[in-house]
Ligand binder design. Structure first.
Ligand code: MN
Length: 251
Protein backbone atom coordinates (compact mmCIF):
# COMPACT_ATOMS: atom_id res chain seq x y z
CA UNK A 1 0.00 0.00 0.00
CA UNK A 2 1.23 3.45 -0.79
CA UNK A 3 -0.23 6.93 -0.74
CA UNK A 4 1.08 10.46 -0.71
CA UNK A 5 -0.18 13.94 -1.07
CA UNK A 6 0.08 16.90 -3.37
CA UNK A 7 2.70 19.55 -2.64
CA UNK A 8 1.54 21.66 0.27
CA UNK A 9 2.61 25.15 1.26
CA UNK A 10 2.80 25.62 5.00
CA UNK A 11 3.56 29.26 5.58
CA UNK A 12 6.96 29.91 4.03
CA UNK A 13 7.89 26.23 4.01
CA UNK A 14 6.92 24.08 1.07
CA UNK A 15 6.99 20.39 1.83
CA UNK A 16 6.19 17.27 -0.16
CA UNK A 17 5.58 13.93 1.44
CA UNK A 18 5.14 10.31 0.44
CA UNK A 19 4.17 7.32 2.53
CA UNK A 20 4.01 3.54 2.36
CA UNK A 21 3.27 0.67 4.73
CA UNK A 22 3.26 -3.12 4.48
CA UNK A 23 2.25 -5.95 6.79
CA UNK A 24 5.53 -7.76 5.99
CA UNK A 25 6.00 -11.50 5.48
CA UNK A 26 5.49 -12.86 9.00
CA UNK A 27 2.75 -10.94 10.83
CA UNK A 28 -0.86 -11.56 9.89
CA UNK A 29 -1.99 -7.98 10.32
CA UNK A 30 -0.54 -4.51 10.23
CA UNK A 31 -0.51 -2.75 13.62
CA UNK A 32 1.37 0.29 12.29
CA UNK A 33 -0.47 3.50 11.41
CA UNK A 34 0.90 6.53 9.61
CA UNK A 35 0.04 10.13 8.92
CA UNK A 36 1.19 12.54 6.21
CA UNK A 37 -1.07 15.57 6.42
CA UNK A 38 0.30 19.00 5.45
CA UNK A 39 2.09 19.96 8.69
CA UNK A 40 2.22 16.74 10.63
CA UNK A 41 4.02 13.52 9.64
CA UNK A 42 4.08 10.52 11.94
CA UNK A 43 4.37 6.79 12.32
CA UNK A 44 2.81 4.82 15.19
CA UNK A 45 3.74 1.18 15.86
CA UNK A 46 1.00 -0.43 17.91
CA UNK A 47 1.34 -3.29 20.36
CA UNK A 48 -1.17 -5.49 22.12
CA UNK A 49 -3.03 -8.71 21.39
CA UNK A 50 -6.33 -9.27 19.58
CA UNK A 51 -5.68 -6.52 17.02
CA UNK A 52 -5.61 -3.95 19.83
CA UNK A 53 -2.24 -2.62 18.65
CA UNK A 54 -3.79 -1.21 15.52
CA UNK A 55 -6.52 0.43 17.60
CA UNK A 56 -3.88 2.20 19.69
CA UNK A 57 -1.75 3.28 16.72
CA UNK A 58 -4.86 4.53 14.93
CA UNK A 59 -5.92 6.63 17.91
CA UNK A 60 -2.43 8.16 17.97
CA UNK A 61 -2.40 9.23 14.31
CA UNK A 62 -6.06 10.29 14.26
CA UNK A 63 -5.42 12.55 17.24
CA UNK A 64 -2.33 14.02 15.56
CA UNK A 65 -4.34 14.52 12.36
CA UNK A 66 -6.53 16.97 14.27
CA UNK A 67 -3.41 19.14 14.71
CA UNK A 68 -2.54 19.18 11.01
CA UNK A 69 -4.97 22.03 10.35
CA UNK A 70 -4.19 24.14 13.40
CA UNK A 71 -2.70 27.47 12.28
CA UNK A 72 0.52 28.38 14.11
CA UNK A 73 0.83 25.04 15.78
CA UNK A 74 3.10 25.27 18.82
CA UNK A 75 5.38 22.74 20.40
CA UNK A 76 3.04 22.66 23.39
CA UNK A 77 0.05 21.80 21.14
CA UNK A 78 1.97 18.77 19.96
CA UNK A 79 2.71 17.58 23.49
CA UNK A 80 -0.92 18.23 24.51
CA UNK A 81 -2.14 16.32 21.44
CA UNK A 82 -0.02 13.32 22.37
CA UNK A 83 -1.26 13.53 25.97
CA UNK A 84 -4.84 13.55 24.64
CA UNK A 85 -4.05 10.50 22.48
CA UNK A 86 -2.80 8.73 25.60
CA UNK A 87 -6.05 9.51 27.43
CA UNK A 88 -8.10 8.27 24.46
CA UNK A 89 -6.20 4.99 24.41
CA UNK A 90 -6.78 4.47 28.16
CA UNK A 91 -10.46 5.39 27.70
CA UNK A 92 -10.81 2.87 24.88
CA UNK A 93 -9.34 0.17 27.15
CA UNK A 94 -11.87 1.07 29.85
CA UNK A 95 -14.73 0.55 27.40
CA UNK A 96 -13.18 -2.56 25.82
CA UNK A 97 -11.38 -4.61 28.49
CA UNK A 98 -10.09 -7.03 25.85
CA UNK A 99 -7.79 -4.17 24.73
CA UNK A 100 -5.98 -4.14 28.09
CA UNK A 101 -2.26 -3.61 27.66
CA UNK A 102 -2.47 -2.02 24.22
CA UNK A 103 -0.13 0.81 23.43
CA UNK A 104 1.80 2.43 20.65
CA UNK A 105 4.96 4.25 19.78
CA UNK A 106 4.50 7.63 18.12
CA UNK A 107 7.24 9.43 16.26
CA UNK A 108 7.47 12.11 13.63
CA UNK A 109 8.06 15.65 12.49
CA UNK A 110 5.68 18.62 12.52
CA UNK A 111 5.92 22.23 11.41
CA UNK A 112 5.54 24.43 14.49
CA UNK A 113 5.64 28.15 15.09
CA UNK A 114 8.50 29.19 17.36
CA UNK A 115 9.26 32.86 18.04
CA UNK A 116 7.37 33.84 14.91
CA UNK A 117 9.08 31.50 12.46
CA UNK A 118 8.52 27.98 11.28
CA UNK A 119 10.57 25.17 12.77
CA UNK A 120 10.54 21.44 12.58
CA UNK A 121 9.58 19.73 15.79
CA UNK A 122 11.06 16.23 15.84
CA UNK A 123 9.14 14.19 18.39
CA UNK A 124 9.43 10.68 19.74
CA UNK A 125 7.96 8.20 22.19
CA UNK A 126 9.19 4.63 21.72
CA UNK A 127 11.44 2.99 19.16
CA UNK A 128 10.14 4.30 15.86
CA UNK A 129 12.63 6.72 14.33
CA UNK A 130 13.26 9.96 12.46
CA UNK A 131 16.26 10.13 10.15
CA UNK A 132 17.48 13.17 8.25
CA UNK A 133 19.05 12.87 4.80
CA UNK A 134 20.88 15.98 3.60
CA UNK A 135 24.12 16.70 1.78
CA UNK A 136 24.14 13.01 0.86
CA UNK A 137 24.41 11.98 4.51
CA UNK A 138 21.98 10.07 6.69
CA UNK A 139 21.73 10.86 10.40
CA UNK A 140 19.45 9.56 13.12
CA UNK A 141 17.64 12.37 14.94
CA UNK A 142 15.75 10.38 17.59
CA UNK A 143 16.95 8.21 20.45
CA UNK A 144 15.04 4.94 20.89
CA UNK A 145 13.18 4.53 24.16
CA UNK A 146 13.97 0.84 24.48
CA UNK A 147 15.67 -1.64 26.77
CA UNK A 148 18.30 -2.39 24.15
CA UNK A 149 19.11 1.32 23.78
CA UNK A 150 19.86 1.40 27.53
CA UNK A 151 22.18 -1.58 27.06
CA UNK A 152 23.90 0.12 24.10
CA UNK A 153 24.28 3.38 26.08
CA UNK A 154 25.81 1.43 28.97
CA UNK A 155 28.32 -0.14 26.57
CA UNK A 156 27.01 -3.63 27.29
CA UNK A 157 26.01 -4.47 23.71
CA UNK A 158 26.68 -3.00 20.27
CA UNK A 159 23.95 -1.51 18.04
CA UNK A 160 24.35 -4.60 15.83
CA UNK A 161 23.78 -6.93 18.80
CA UNK A 162 20.70 -4.89 19.72
CA UNK A 163 19.05 -5.96 16.44
CA UNK A 164 19.04 -9.62 17.57
CA UNK A 165 18.73 -9.15 21.33
CA UNK A 166 15.83 -10.93 23.11
CA UNK A 167 14.71 -7.60 24.63
CA UNK A 168 14.75 -5.79 21.26
CA UNK A 169 10.96 -5.30 21.26
CA UNK A 170 10.68 -3.86 24.77
CA UNK A 171 9.99 -0.12 24.65
CA UNK A 172 10.43 2.00 27.77
CA UNK A 173 8.22 4.92 26.73
CA UNK A 174 4.99 4.75 24.70
CA UNK A 175 1.37 5.83 24.63
CA UNK A 176 -1.08 3.68 26.58
CA UNK A 177 0.64 3.93 29.96
CA UNK A 178 -1.26 5.12 33.05
CA UNK A 179 1.26 7.91 33.50
CA UNK A 180 1.97 9.97 30.38
CA UNK A 181 5.70 9.71 29.71
CA UNK A 182 7.88 12.67 28.80
CA UNK A 183 7.90 13.24 25.02
CA UNK A 184 11.23 13.97 23.36
CA UNK A 185 10.80 17.11 21.23
CA UNK A 186 13.70 18.73 19.37
CA UNK A 187 13.21 21.96 17.41
CA UNK A 188 15.20 22.44 14.20
CA UNK A 189 15.52 25.32 11.77
CA UNK A 190 14.32 24.08 8.34
CA UNK A 191 16.92 23.78 5.60
CA UNK A 192 16.06 23.74 1.88
CA UNK A 193 16.55 20.36 0.27
CA UNK A 194 16.61 18.36 3.47
CA UNK A 195 14.63 15.13 3.68
CA UNK A 196 13.19 13.40 6.73
CA UNK A 197 12.38 9.71 7.00
CA UNK A 198 9.93 8.67 9.72
CA UNK A 199 9.78 4.91 10.12
CA UNK A 200 8.69 2.02 12.29
CA UNK A 201 11.33 -0.47 13.47
CA UNK A 202 10.31 -2.85 10.68
CA UNK A 203 12.49 -0.65 8.46
CA UNK A 204 15.67 -0.16 10.48
CA UNK A 205 15.40 -3.74 11.80
CA UNK A 206 15.95 -5.00 8.25
CA UNK A 207 18.10 -2.39 6.47
CA UNK A 208 21.43 -0.83 7.38
CA UNK A 209 22.01 2.93 7.33
CA UNK A 210 24.03 2.51 4.13
CA UNK A 211 21.17 0.67 2.45
CA UNK A 212 18.70 3.36 3.56
CA UNK A 213 20.95 6.11 2.22
CA UNK A 214 21.42 4.35 -1.12
CA UNK A 215 17.65 4.04 -1.66
CA UNK A 216 17.08 7.67 -0.65
CA UNK A 217 19.77 8.77 -3.11
CA UNK A 218 18.15 6.77 -5.90
CA UNK A 219 14.58 8.09 -5.48
CA UNK A 220 13.93 11.83 -5.68
CA UNK A 221 10.17 11.49 -5.51
CA UNK A 222 9.10 11.07 -1.85
CA UNK A 223 6.34 8.58 -2.69
CA UNK A 224 8.75 6.49 -4.74
CA UNK A 225 11.35 6.68 -1.96
CA UNK A 226 8.86 5.56 0.71
CA UNK A 227 7.64 2.70 -1.46
CA UNK A 228 11.19 1.58 -2.28
CA UNK A 229 12.26 1.58 1.38
CA UNK A 230 9.24 -0.46 2.45
CA UNK A 231 9.66 -2.90 -0.43
CA UNK A 232 13.37 -3.40 0.34
CA UNK A 233 12.61 -4.17 4.00
CA UNK A 234 9.96 -6.70 2.98
CA UNK A 235 12.25 -8.27 0.36
CA UNK A 236 15.10 -8.95 2.79
CA UNK A 237 12.92 -10.38 5.56
CA UNK A 238 9.77 -8.45 6.38
CA UNK A 239 9.76 -9.88 9.90
CA UNK A 240 7.69 -6.96 11.18
CA UNK A 241 5.18 -4.47 9.85
CA UNK A 242 7.06 -1.70 8.08
CA UNK A 243 5.93 1.90 7.63
CA UNK A 244 7.72 4.88 6.17
CA UNK A 245 6.88 8.56 5.66
CA UNK A 246 9.35 10.58 3.55
CA UNK A 247 9.13 14.38 3.91
CA UNK A 248 11.00 16.68 1.55
CA UNK A 249 11.59 20.37 2.18
CA UNK A 250 11.47 21.97 -1.24
CA UNK A 251 14.56 23.94 -2.25
MN1 MN B 1 7.37 -2.78 14.84
Amino acid sequence: MSGGEAPGRTGSLTVRAGAATDVGRVRDHNEDSLLADRRVFAVADGMGGHAAGEVASNIAVQTLAELAHVPRLRRQDLVEGLTLANRRILESVRRHPEQAGMGTTVTGVAVVDESGSEHWAVFNLGDSRVYRFADDRLSLLTVDHSEVQHLVDAGLITPQEALRHPLRNVVTRSLGLDTMPEVDVELRVPEPGERFVVCSDGLNGELSDDELAELLRRHDDPDAAAAALVQAAVDVGGRDNVSVVVVDVQP
